[in-house]
Write a protein that binds this ligand. Structure first.
Ligand code: 5RP
Length: 213
């Protein structure tokens, strides 16, 4: 399987949803990089906000207009990758340490579109689940969170400490609630199906379009 080609196929399908004049939230990662190419090739006039310095730099190189939240605070569409996608539409994100920004952008979009290659679908979500932690009080936060390991590439785009939850779990909703209730935890990488509208899953030459909510 050529995973890069699958990423490009899922990316092309997602980029095709963008229309002239739209406000677009741009995710982070290697699949998003393909999507930026596909989007730029369409030559649309769109307004964008980026979820990471890498995405912002690449979008600008391609001639796209990247704004800040001061001028753009709501999106017609947001497009991003994922690390895991389950059959119900739950996601694990944050492999690129940008999940806090990505969740803010996803939640501010009328339509959140996810792109996945064939390595991303799973029967049940599993560790690692990325978490962003505040530097302040870190030893106490880590004591509350069992089974969490600090990452080697330890910072989010906003300076937060990035770690991975490595424990087992059956119910992503229950783990979401537990992580979100931990003082000092800024955001976790579990995205619920109600936040997700479309998932494009590329397998070889095929792209499956799942409509979630
Ligand atoms: C970044 C993310 C990415 O969307 C996720 O890691 C997938 O990345 P890639 O497209 O490179 O496989 O959540 O924080």
């Amino acid at each position: 399987v050529d995973v890069e080609q699958e990423k490009a196929r899922a990316a092309a399908a997602a980029a095709a949803l963008v229309e002239d004049g739209m406000r677009v939230g741009l995710g982070t990662g290697t699949t998003v990089a393909h999507m930026l190419d596909a989007l730029a090739a369409r030559g649309l006039t769109i307004r964008c906000v980026a979820t990471s310095p890498a995405t912002e730099a690449r979008a600008r190189e391609l001639g796209m207009t990247v704004e800040s939240w001061a001028t753009l605070d709501h999106f017609d569409i947001a497009i991003d990758g994922a690390d895991q996608v389950d059959p119900d539409g739950w996601l694990v994100k944050g492999g690129g340490a940008a999940h806090t920004r990505e969740k803010i952008v996803a939640a501010a979009a009328d339509r959140f579109v996810v792109m996945a290659d064939s390595t991303k679908p799973v029967d049940t979500l599993h560790a690692p689940v990325p978490v962003e932690l505040l530097e302040y009080g870190l030893p106490a936060t880590l004591r509350h969170l069992e089974h969490v390991k600090l990452r080697d590439v330890p910072r989010s785009p906003d300076g937060g400490v990035i770690a991975d939850f490595l424990g087992t779990f059956d119910d992503p909703g229950e783990l979401s609630d537990r992580l979100a209730a931990t003082p000092g935890l800024v955001e976790h990488g579990l995205f619920p199906p109600k936040m997700v509208h479309d998932i494009f899953i590329a397998r070889g030459d095929d792209v499956e379009h799942r409509e979630i909510s």
